[in-house]
Design a protein around this ligand. Sequence first.
Ligand SMILES: OC[C@H]1O[C@H](O[C@H]2O[C@H](CO)[C@@H](O)[C@H](O)[C@H]2O)[C@H](O)[C@@H](O)[C@@H]1O
Length: 490
Amino acid sequence: QSPDVLYDELFSTVQTQRVFSDSKTFCDVVPRALTPNEILDLYRQQFNEPKFNLTSFVYEHFILPNTTTIVHDKWTIEQHCHKLWSLLTRTTKEEKFSSFIDVPHPFVVPGGRFREFYYWDTYFTMLGLVRSNEIDSINNMLDNFAFLINRIGLIPNGNRYYYQGRSQPPFFSLMTELANQTSKYKNELEREYAFWMTKRNITLDDGAVLNRYYDDENGPRPEAYFEDQETAHKAGSTDVYVHLRAGAESGWDFSSRWMDDENNLSTIKTANILPIDLNCLLYHLEITLGKQAEAERRRQAIHKYMWSSELQFFTDYNYVLKKPTNRLTLAALFPLWLDISTKEQGEFVARKVESSFLHDGGVVTTLSNSSTQQWDSPNGWAPLQFVTYRAILKVSGYETLARTIRHRWMTLNERVFSETGKMMEKYDVVNTHKPGGGGEYENQDGFGWTNGVYLEMLHDQQMVSSSIRYQTNILQLIFLHVFVLFYFLI
Ligand SMILES: OC[C@H]1O[C@H](O[C@H]2O[C@H](CO)[C@@H](O)[C@H](O)[C@H]2O)[C@H](O)[C@@H](O)[C@@H]1O
């Protein structure tokens, strides 16, 4: 059970009195000796006593979770990324009364406060696992996801009970494709499709069906209990909870992308928005499942509702207001990456990326500097660098731009690693000497998807240099032959 259910008013008191500065900490504690019910009973007996101290009570009865920080100054960045997989691998066994959702196999976590797997992170982690030849680890995680789809009907945000009401960007079809195992997981892919098409579907006036992010549960997120209550207080309504939870399902928690007023989180409206990236991922799932007619209908709806000829860019669509959000974000790269856009649209988007998103350390997440949200400028995130780089590589004539993005991002990762011995969750790509910031927790290190994307980009870079080396060798050989021939002729 989720800790808010298990510990009831003890949970809300610990969170609202800020016993821990990070709201996620108490969600991941395990009882020392007593059962949760016994601890709760004890709390109910003691909390009114004059000498009662909440912090001491918590420390007396709970074991706090570890927050891993992994620093290496003796390894190269490449060695670090390869070797970290084993340090980031976890199981759910042996922790009685923890908030973990049990899965049968080991899994790779992002690192730091993120001690469980995360659905969409895992795709980018898998890119690196392929390059480290950790094939068993990929198969284990695919099996875990299949197990969860069959057991709870969705792949949860992460394997914690407090995440089970929502999913995250649906990358399972891309994962099975990466592992060349699509046919093995056909039933689970169908089940995941059924989840999105029955619980996250919106029918528009013309009959088109597109999807949104949501959460089957409501109320403040346990792992951000204090923060969400504050936001609801500012909003003057508890209606905001569903939008915050939907924002967490989007993986972009949080971003001006979802907000009416881009500087005010309490105006968040995620559940009213049909996101471009989500709909492109579902298009990929439909193609994977051989649902050509559904995919074609979705492709047409994406072009109708999400392409702005005025901005010459893809944007999200607010189905409640019946208008596009007109926010410029890197989610616009998904139609290029997943082959949904036209050649002309690809060129427009690439030009905009070059003129507005590209900075010294890579590409910014959005063009808005909300100054408080982590999925906004000036932050850059590994998954979006990867999607942007690969998407632009597909636009003929823009290959140099794609390689520039890759080069700048890798250079930033390398510089920070040489200074700190760490790979980070996110980076400031505008002022590359500042750490990434914003959001409701400190910038974390480890870090699953950053390492995965770095190894994949490194592989691409090495492939290019080895193919250049190969071509140079061939040219040298031809030149030598011509020279020798010429020499003997004269
Ligand atoms: O604790 C706050 C939120 O943390 C997670 O979100 C962030 O980290 C995830 C793991 O790297 C990542 O998938 C997500 O894109 C990040 O924004 C979590 O996913 C949220 O549900 C949670 O509320």
